[in-house]
Write a protein that binds this ligand. Sequence first.
Ligand code: ADP
Ligand code: MG
Length: 325
Amino acid sequence: MDSEFDLIARIRVRAGTRADVLLGIGDDAAILRVPAGHDLVVSTDTLNSGVHFPPDTAPSDIGWKALAVNLSDLAAMGAEPAWCTLNLTLPTADGDWLDAFLDGFLELAAKHRVALVGGDTTRGPLAITVTAHGFMPHGAALLRSGAQAGDDVWVSGTLGDAAAALRQWRDSQPVHPWLRARLDRPTPRVELGLALRGIASACIDVSDGLLADLGHVAIASGVGVEVDVATLPASPALTAACDEASRVALQLRGGDDYELCFTAPPPRTTDVLVAARHADVIVKRIGRIEAQPGLRLREADGTVHAVAPHGYRHFDPLCDEMDRA
Ligand code: ADP
Ligand code: MG
């Protein structure tokens, strides 16, 4: 059995570094340098076993996801990730588990040149808190509050995949491997967020579900949103996995996709598409911002009706299912 200090030593030898880390793991605190002309953007998120990932999730996937959900928040601001800290609460000091966790965590960190600069290691029920730090040129952030009536609403990638995997897992069905990968290894859309600086009027990452997150944008911006149901992007795996009604429910209310949902004025359409190509991700126009507050769905037959902004958790208690497993 390892001690807390053995675990920290394992982390320390594997954590990457960068020139702007003046002092990383090993002292009482890290010393970091923000480039001139930039602000520091900070985001933190906790993953609890059985709440934020199924208990059978591979440790390397937990590591990936713990960082991914934080990089997704930076992406939604249009920030450039730089550093992170890692607070680990582990039931036992298991060095093999930690090594596997670090495989996934550091694989994603290396992709985005993020240095792990510190953290804390304690004993208790498995929980992981990551804090991610990024840079933003003064005044360039993509806020939730910038959407204006007349803007188009866009989303990256596909929606509902992670929730579909969770549903299959909950129902003890074979979980489609591609859907399970979307749940376990979400892709933070960092390059897209950066490319949308100066183009998107508002941006949020889809963590709680499209309607829930669009609801945040609508409230923050003092506007309403109409979503064209027929335009919601679906993966082939999702389309094959369920009937149309449950597919649409998963796309609208499923969480954990970590796609970016953003708004832009129609004259910026070409710029949006160029940004998406540059970031190598598909984006789709799924609706529009309106002056009238509230969320509305436009169905394929043209009828429009108001919807509540609640996310997946409230209409289908998957979290409770995970707790019981
Ligand atoms: P202190 O008692 O001063 O908080 P710790 O023993 O908790 O010191 O941490 C020693 C060093 O190891 C610090 O630099 C801290 O940031 C780092 N550290 C501890 N746990 C982790 C972790 N899980 N991931 C990364 N760095 C960690
Ligand atoms: Mg400490």
